[in-house]
Design a protein around this ligand. Structure first.
Ligand SMILES: Nc1nc2c(ncn2[C@@H]2O[C@H](COP(=O)(O)OP(=O)(O)OP(=O)(O)O)[C@@H](O)[C@H]2O)c(=O)[nH]1
Ligand SMILES: [Zn+2]
Length: 199
């Protein structure tokens, strides 16, 4: 599937989702016909499609679109990639940052493509653990690198605004492959570099 940005919303999906949101609004006792709420179902329908646009996008195709032959085998790290995703259990956002590294094995990819891949998987119904391993999987498939590492730190609104209501807890997930899995020196170098503050 080709890489497609959401430039146009699907009219049928927007209509279907708008009906759902009208019902949700009415369930509060509010009048969906009230002036301030008239356009809300359609806005919410589009917001939901925006937040789930990753289903329409192919992470490996994105990486391949800027894959260059290069005889380099030093670690490449893109860190502090901000992300917004949606918890599949509560449909509440979770947000934070991803740190992604790989060790090239004949090929490198455009740096921005790494950040795009984070968005492709973040903009789906997710759990943080799967998001982490999916990013790793796409880089592994496209570049066949000597190693890949992904760390995500995120806060879950489902743990903040409802439920257990913890405002400060941060969840960290990681996924390692190749050199990062088998060589603790490489893994430690990565972990040290992502915690370093270069500002
Ligand atoms: N592993 C994992 N769990 C998540 C993630 N996002 C949310 N959850 C958890 O999913 C769980 C769902 O638990 P349930 O007991 O079915 O739902 P609940 O009654 O709403 O749970 P509470 O949030 O504890 O009120 C909760 O513990 C959430 O914290 C995630 O990305 N990964
Ligand atoms: Zn949740």
């Amino acid at each position: 599937m080709a890489y497609r940005k959401i430039e146009q919303y699907d009219d049928n999906v927007t209509k279907q989702l708008s009906e759902c949101y009208k019902t949700i609004i009415a369930s509060t006792g509010e009048d969906p016909q009230r002036e301030g709420l008239l356009k809300t179902p359609e806005r919410a329908a589009k917001a939901f499609q925006f937040a789930t646009q990753g289903y329409e996008q192919d992470a490996v195709a994105i990486l391949n679109s800027a894959r260059f032959k290069e005889d380099i085998s030093e670690m490449v790290i893109v860190k502090d990639i901000e992300l917004y995703s949606m918890c599949e259990h509560h449909l509440h956002p979770f947000y934070g940052k991803a740190h992604v590294a790989y060790i090239p094995n004949g090929y490198i990819t455009g740096l921005s493509k790494i950040a795009r891949v984070v968005d492709v998987y973040a903009r789906r119904l997710q759990v943080q653990e799967r998001l982490t391993t999916q990013i790793l999987g796409a880089i592994k498939e496209s570049l066949n690198p000597l190693g890949v590492a992904v760390v995500i730190e995120a806060k879950h609104l489902c743990m903040m605004v409802r439920g257990v209501q913890k405002q400060n807890s941060v969840t960290t997930t990681s996924s390692f492959d190749g050199e990062f899995l088998n060589n603790h020196i490489t893994r430690n170098e990565f972990l040290k570099l992502i915690s370093a503050n270069l500002d």
